[in-house]
Every structure is written in structure tokens, then in C-alpha cells.
Write a protein that binds this ligand. Structure first.
Ligand code: ZN
Length: 133
């Protein structure tokens, strides 16, 4: 038996407020919203983190995220939209099934930008050398 909360939602075993469904993903309202319209997009196929999902299934998630982003803009008319996708406990991931947060934003609603202090003494050339092709 799969005890993953999001797999159970995908299977229709737990009630959620569905915003969008397609063949690869499901989107529903977060029950502890950071803002009005805070929505989660979850792939139907179980993967714990982005590194566990294959490229095609993550692309399907991105397509659903785009569709939901358009819906949120059309229906709620926010001033902005924050996307957040956490991987691992160190990032704040709370449910071990890939998901993307879509958080509509309005002027004056709180923190703007990254929600943590910037790193100090960061050598951008060294980081670039590690990451470039
Ligand atoms: Zn799952």
C-alpha cells in the first residue's frame, strides 16, 4: 500500500479542491495557503524529488504549471506569481512527492525576493566553473 499523501490524492482517496487535471498532473489548492489561490501542481507518477523524475514527466509538470499560472492570472488578477519547488529536507520539502507551489502575489503582501539572507564571500567564477558545460 502506498502511503504517499500526494499519491493518495492522485488516486482520489483524499479530498482536495482540484483546480486543474490532465493526463500527467493534478493541481489543487494548498490547505495551508501562503496566499489566496496558493496551488500545488503534482505529477500523477510518484517521484520523490526532481532528480527522481525523468525529463519527460517533469516537462509534463511544467506544462501543467503554465496552465495553472494562466488560470490564476485570469481569475485572481494578482500583481505577480511566485513559483517554488523544494527538493530535500534542506530546502523545506515537506511531502516526499515532487510538487510545485504557485503562490499569487500582490503588492505589499510581504517579503519580496528570496526568503533568506544572501551568501557571503561567494566566488561566482568558482561556481561558474563547477556548473558550466
Ligand atoms: Zn507519491
Amino acid at each position: 500500500m502506498n502511503d504517499c499523501t500526494f499519491c493518495r490524492i492522485v488516486a482520489g482517496e483524499l479530498p482536495v479542491r482540484i483546480v486543474h487535471e490532465d493526463e500527467a498532473a493534478i493541481a489543487f489548492l494548498d490547505t495551508s495557503p501562503a496566499a489566496r489561490g496558493h496551488t500545488l501542481v503534482v505529477p500523477r507518477a510518484h517521484a520523490v524529488q526532481i532528480w527522481d523524475a525523468d525529463e519527460s514527466s517533469f516537462a509534463d509538470v511544467a506544462r501543467a504549471v503554465h496552465r495553472v499560472a494562466l488560470r490564476l492570472r485570469e481569475r485572481l488578477q494578482p500583481d505577480g506569481l511566485t513559483l517554488r519547488q523544494n527538493n530535500g529536507e534542506a530546502s523545506g520539502q515537506k511531502v516526499d512527492h515532487v510538487h510545485v507551489h504557485l503562490v499569487p502575489r500582490w503588492h505589499g503582501d510581504g517579503t519580496v525576493g528570496w526568503p533568506w539572507p544572501p551568501p557571503v564571500d561567494l566566488d561566482l567564477d568558482a561556481v561558474h566553473a563547477q556548473l558550466r558545460d
